[in-house]
Design a protein around this ligand. Structure first.
Ligand SMILES: CC(C)(COP(=O)(O)OP(=O)(O)OC[C@H]1O[C@@H](n2cnc3c(N)ncnc32)[C@H](O)[C@@H]1OP(=O)(O)O)[C@@H](O)C(=O)NCCC(=O)NCCS
Length: 326
């Protein structure tokens, strides 16, 4: 494989479904889905998944796939996968040469991704990587920011203790959407999960979740705790809700805790635990067997809470690396 000055990243349109499916099979030949099944899945995947799928091509041949999005000065890439052939040119184990030089094709992939991000007006690119993908990006000047891991728990019904009204959210009610957007923005501010997003970007994220653009939103399995409209017992003004757990449908038997936030002024009173347990009970009522989530390692309040409710790590650690690309 030659050095990849010629590697192009392009958004995957409907007609690229067969190419996406073929590439996914080539990257992971052991996956259960057939190629035709994968193409169907791609065509029917939620809006955000369709909007963010890009193929890297060498000439006409797709050689890598990347999920990419940008908002203002920030850009993100995740779900990265490439053909084993792209590793040609490395001299040691793993994807990079022993002296830390990545295979030329992988350096080309990193460059194509950065060109895409710059073209979108971004100044900072955050990439989510699996272990073996780290060297190619580290060699290109990316620095580690955080590590995240999936957790899952069998759904177990337990009593819920909460001294404020706890109920499913109303995603169709504009006032509630506004309250949720504010709660999530304010709740994540200053936390390990905040990557410098503007309020506008953070709000758009909440809308994506509520509108099912990542996966179908399960209002009936989600939960909010009402504030009383007055000031929070401590901290900044109350946004109208004291906390929320937003849940998606990830599979036939798997519900997914996409967001969990308790307003700063209400933390340490058991509301986080109540929200997750109530969401677990409700998921059970709706026929789900397991709940999954992703947590940032080192987020002690969240990690501790999840562990006590039976969540355990599953799968590989996702490494987040960042580079200023302006
Ligand atoms: C994580 C979060 C929702 C917890 O909410 P909370 O209402 O304070 O949680 P609870 O009061 O129910 O506490 C849950 C458990 O965590 C423990 N806990 C709370 N703060 C803690 C801390 N700083 N360190 C370690 N454990 C802590 C509590 O002791 C409690 O344990 P227990 O159930 O055995 O008594 C809240 O801190 C938050 O909104 N954080 C910012 C957003 C975020 O990180 N969300 C998670 C994304 S994965």
């Amino acid at each position: 494989m030659s050095a990849l000055g010629d590697l192009q990243l392009r958004w995957a349109a409907d007609e690229d479904a067969p190419a996406v499916a073929r590439l996914s099979k080539e990257i992971d030949p052991d996956m259960d889905e057939t190629q035709a099944g994968l193409a169907e899945l791609f065509l029917h995947s939620p809006a955000e998944a369709r909007r963010t799928m890009y193929l890297a091509r060498q000439g006409d041949r797709p050689v890598a796939r990347v999920r990419f999005k940008s908002a203002g000065e920030l850009a993100w890439a995740w779900g990265i996968g490439w053909l084993p052939a792209l590793e040609e040119g490395h001299r040691g184990p793993g994807w990079a040469a022993q002296d830390g030089t990545p295979a030329p094709a992988l350096a080309g992939l990193v460059r194509a991704l950065e060109a895409q991000a710059r073209g979108a007006g971004a100044r900072r690119l955050t990439v989510e990587l699996l272990d073996p993908q780290v060297p190619a990006f580290a060699a290109a000047g990316y620095r580690p920011s955080k590590r995240r891991v999936e957790m899952a728990a069998p759904l177990v019904r337990r009593p819920v203790a909460c001294d404020r009204p706890l109920r499913p959210p109303r995603p169709g009610d504009p006032a509630e959407r506004e309250a949720l957007a504010r709660l999530l923005y304010e709740g994540y501010l200053g936390s390990v999960d905040q990557d410098g997003e503007t309020e506008e970007v953070a709000r758009a994220e909440t809308v994506h979740v509520l509108d099912g653009e990542y996966a179908p939103f399960l209002a009936e399995c989600s939960m909010v705790i009402e504030g009383d409209g007055g000031p929070a017992p401590a901290g900044p003004a109350l946004s109208g809700l004291a906390g929320a757990a937003l849940v998606l449908r990830e599979g036939r038997s798997l519900s997914w805790l996409a967001e969990l936030v308790v307003h700063r002024g209400f933390r340490g009173r058991g509301y986080g635990r109540a929200l997750v347990q109530a969401a677990m009970n409700s998921s059970l009522d709706h026929g789900y067997e397991q709940m999954g989530l992703v947590v940032t390692l080192g987020n002690m309040p969240a990690e501790g809470l999840y562990r006590r409710l039976g969540f355990r790590e599953e799968g590989e650690v996702q490494h987040h690396y960042v580079k200023e690309i302006a």
